[in-house]
Design a protein around this ligand. Structure first.
Ligand code: ADP
Length: 358
């Protein structure tokens, strides 16, 4: 027992510790002598002690085990009071008519830390890529915000002129003020959308309205497309079922695909500069979103490496957009795929489930 890396604690059928190995001493901080005869609940967080006593009592009466033979992740408590995550595999042995429980315990602290690090990295990457997308869109946004600002300035000067020359003309001034109000709301809207998009949020998979997701990104994509002389069409079926998704992340994926479509049409003739987004029910449990461009299409080389981080054929590309989009869609139990169109250009498709994966 002492040669094992995993901690072993043996109790009698009343939950009193009878033996433990060296690994258990190292893990929990009680010496073997200290542990002997103590209730097993000394190794549990305070809020679980009572639950455990009830559990042992019930097991003695009914012999129905909830954990025995299964193994499970729990929290444990060291002698110094610190709580840490463990994996506990519990088995029961009967020897000469006496029942004992053997607990095999693995400290999961390092596993959990690694898990958290990976999750944090994933979130950081998504934020970084979102900022890059926004960076790429910033020029178009600045232009878009400038328009209402210029309109506001014009209406304000016009009002000044009216006040100077015909101060009784209240109606004209009222109209100008109304326009100023509308235009400032328009500028505010753009800024609000931008801000909500770049602020990282937590990842929440929940039933989400795909139409609402698309409606949110629509103005951003339209501004970007207009600035690049590209016509953009959105075709979203009515009565779509909800998808199980994190709204922000799916917005990120769709904006990425639209952005790539715009880039791919950079050198296209005016008649081909058209970007389309179609959203519809593809199978009884999946919604599909196709982003179709009429650009240069996907080369064999790009097709092989598309989802790899840092693969880019653009001079100022980062090559992270599709790698991140791919991992986001995968974490939604969905599929991101692409193909060349017969009539030129490429289609990127996102399939997303309408039911939570088990
Ligand atoms: P980036 O846009 O920074 O290059 P991405 O990961 O978004 O990074 O894209 C990787 C590469 O995939 C692009 O550089 C381009 O070669 C190719 N690609 C992406 N979208 C399209 C598209 N719609 N049409 C053709 N090629 C594309």
């Amino acid at each position: 027992m002492d040669a094992l890396i995993e901690a072993i604690v043996i109790t009698n059928d009343r939950g009193k510790i009878e033996r433990c190995n060296k690994a258990a001493v190292g893990m929990f901080g009680y010496s073997q002598e200290e542990a002997m005869g103590q209730d097993i609940s000394i190794l549990m967080p305070p809020n679980e002690e009572a639950k455990h006593s009830n559990y042992v009592e019930r097991y003695r009466r009914t012999r129905k085990a909830r954990i025995i033979g299964i193994g499970r992740e729990l929290n444990a408590r060291r002698k110094d009071g610190t709580i840490f995550p463990i994996h506990l595999a519990l088995s029961e042995i009967t020897y000469n008519g006496t029942v004992r429980f053997i607990g095999l315990i693995r400290d999961l602290t390092d596993d959990k830390k690694a898990e958290e690090r990976t999750l944090r990295l994933h979130t950081d990457m998504i934020t970084a890529s979102r900022l890059t997308t926004m960076g790429e869109m910033a020029a178009a946004m600045a232009h878009e915000i400038n328009q209402p600002l210029a309109a506001i300035a014009n209406y304000a000067s016009a009002s000044e002129r009216i006040l100077a020359s015909r101060p009784d003309d209240i109606e004209d001034i009222k109209t100008a003020l109304h326009h100023i109000k509308t235009q400032s709301h328009r500028a505010g809207d753009i800024i609000r959308k931008l801000r909500s998009f770049v602020t990282p949020g937590s990842v929440d998979l929940e039933p989400t309205d795909i139409k609402a997701i698309i409606d949110e990104i629509k103005p951003l994509a339209e501004v970007d497309a207009n600035a690049n002389n590209i016509a953009i069409y959105f075709d979203v079926s009515t009565n779509l079922p909800k998808i199980v998704a994190d709204q922000m992340q799916i917005q990120q994926v769709l904006l990425n695909l639209l952005r790539n479509g715009i880039d791919a049409m950079h050198d296209c003739n005016p008649e081909h500069r058209r970007l389309e987004l179609h959203c519809y029910i593809a199978t009884p449990h999946n919604i599909r979103i196709d982003v179709i461009d009429h650009g240069h299409g996907i080369t064999e080389e790009a097709g092989k490496n598309m989802f790899l981080p840092f693969f880019t054929t653009k001079t100022s590309g980062m090559g992270m957009g599709l790698a991140i989009s791919h991992s986001i869609v995968k974490s939604h139990s969905g599929v991101l795929s692409f193909s060349n169109n017969l009539s030129g250009g490429a289609t990127f498709s996102v399939m997303l489930p309408t039911k939570m994966a088990n």
